[in-house]
Design a protein around this ligand. Structure first.
Ligand code: BJW
Ligand code: ZN
Length: 258
């Protein structure tokens, strides 16, 4: 059942007039597709410590363990289907003269739901990258080609470098073009939605403050409060799969002519 999101009249007027919208998504948006979040009860970091798996040092120390963890997550992600939240966001490019979807997720569920353009701040698990020469290839190909969970030897590129997931680990720089685009868009938007992210990882979380400084309407979709909730003009406390379709319908209604 789709909930009704009632925008207060003053907020509805600002949303109706918005021309440049940005949405930032995090793991919570894929939670209803069966993918785990990182933090909080039942999150991935409850079972594993980030510094044991999501850092370049961990990969250098224990490449097989890191590779197996990502191979298992790749299987889960490839088998997952986009949910109502991903599908709702795929309708946003038609609603605004300028729209940017920015995600911290590595699962490509936005693309599979039909979003034509997605800025991936933390890379993608659908690709592997050579840690030495930067060559890329599909992760599925790498998993099929060898380097399976049973294989002891880490798979290597023809240059001798180790293949690794094309994701961004702690202490690594985000892809320059992706974070530049996201920061430029946030600093000049008039509507910013933060959905399904704990907003604890920087520089992604800093986008919310940039949007606030730009004077944008800020909407947060999250069952839990975050460190940035106080900046929000509207908090939708609940699941993205419920609130994002409702919010999309409310925006479509307030922007449709007549
Ligand atoms: C629902 C829901 C439902 C549940 N519906 N909602 C400034 C200050 C302090 C520290 C730093 C700083 N700048 C940089 C740092 C260091 C570090 C950092 O931020 N550390 C913090 C932890 C303090 N940042 C970095 O290291 C970054 N790199 C960097 O800054 O480089 C600088 C540099 C410059 C020059 C040279 C070299 C370096 C890189 C960060 C990379 C993060 N990588 C990960 C792993 C990716 C691969 C993988 O998936 O394994 O990215 S960590 C993990 O956290 C993942 C996520 O994208 C990211 C954010 O998590 P997210 O999406 O917010 O998930 P959760 O679980 O935290 O939250 C889910 C939310 O959903 C919750 O709030 C729930 O309530 C909610 N929810 N169900 C809606 N149904
Ligand atoms: Zn190479």
């Amino acid at each position: 059942m789709t909930e009704i999101v009632a925008l207060a009249p003053r907020l509805a007027r600002r949303v109706a007039a918005a021309r440049r919208a940005v949405v930032l998504t995090g793991a919570g948006v894929s939670e209803e597709s069966g993918l785990g979040t990182f933090r909080g009860p039942g999150g991935l970091w409850e079972e594993f410590r980030p510094e044991e798996l999501a850092t370049p040092e961990a990969f250098a120390r224990r490449p097989r363990r890191v590779r197996d963890w990502y191979a298992a997550r790749h299987r889960t992600m490839a088998a997952a289907a986009p949910n109502a939240a991903h599908r709702a966001l795929a309708r946003w490019p038609a609603l605004f003269p300028s729209f940017l979807l920015v995600t911290q997720n590595i699962d490509q569920l936005h693309q599979r739901a039909g979003s034509p353009e997605v800025v991936e701040l933390h890379g993608t698990l659908m690709a592997a990258r050579c840690g030495s020469c930067g060559a890329r290839r599909p992760m599925a190909e790498l998993i099929l080609a060898g380097g399976t969970i049973e294989d002891e030897r880490p798979p290597r590129c023809s240059c001798g470098g180790l293949w690794r997931p094309d994701v961004v680990w702690f202490g690594e720089e985000l892809p320059g073009e992706a974070i530049d685009r996201a920061q430029r868009a946030a600093a000049s938007c008039d509507l910013f939605v933060s959905a399904g992210t704990s907003a604890t990882v920087f520089p992604a979380a800093g986008l919310i403050a940039l949007a606030r400084q730009a004077g944008a309407v800020i909407i947060e979709v999250n069952p839990e409060a975050t460190a940035f909730s106080d900046l929000a003009d509207l908090r939708l406390p609940g699941a993205a799969g419920t609130h994002l379709p409702a919010l999309t319908a409310a925006i479509e209604a307030c922007r449709s002519p007549g």
